[in-house]
Design a protein around this ligand. Sequence first.
Ligand SMILES: Nc1ncnc2c1ncn2[C@@H]1O[C@H](COP(=O)(O)OP(=O)(O)OP(=O)(O)O)[C@@H](O)[C@H]1O
Length: 227
Amino acid sequence: MNNTPYAFDFAFATRLPGGNSHFELDVHCQSRAQRLAIIGPSGAGKSLILQLLAGLLRPQSGHVRINGHNLGDTASGYWPPPQQRQAGLVFQDYALFPHLTVAQNIAFGLKIGLQNPPHTADALTRQWLERMQLQAVAAHYPVQISGGQRQRTALARACITRPQWLLLDEPFSALDSGLRTQMRQLVAELQAELAVPMLLISHDSADTEMLADAVADIRQGRLQYCD
Ligand SMILES: Nc1ncnc2c1ncn2[C@@H]1O[C@H](COP(=O)(O)OP(=O)(O)OP(=O)(O)O)[C@@H](O)[C@H]1O
């Protein structure tokens, strides 16, 4: 009997209204893998799972436990917002703020206060700019930088707060194949350094081969996985 808590333990049941029809999601997943991938065809419900995990959506019923920590349970009425879930989020379209520079985007998640005075936040931002080789474009806006630089900015923004887990939704799909290989390597290194559970959503088998220890398959809103 393995007493280690699951890295990922979540279940969702929800029904989303559409035009003439609706979409039903019925998901149960328990995995001890620190690097879990969810794959499945377009429209199967992958991004919905990520939004539910992140707290961007609330299911009709469900729960989320990461490494044994309760991050939401509709049965007790507890469904915290994204900022209380300590997840590092990376999306395919980067979701950078267009009106903020690269440095400001990276620093965005840091809460300035007694624990984190401005000079500490500045030093951390400089460290991440250097780590991601973004010093030269620190003062540029997202529209002025390349796709690879945007994705490195998004990764730095996700990691600077030392998240307790990582959620990546098709993070490399907007990049060309050479850049994808580099970014996979970078994500693998960051996950190992942070030593936190990572859930990756991808269409690309090269992503799952390099970045996942377990792969769960979703079809038409249905996912049942346990390892
Ligand atoms: N907020 C929403 N309200 C209603 N229906 C939604 C909502 N978000 C997604 N859907 C529907 O849920 C289904 C699953 O969408 P989802 O974006 O999760 O698919 P996906 O597997 O991520 O697809 P893709 O690989 O193309 O991104 C789709 O039919 C979509 O139209």
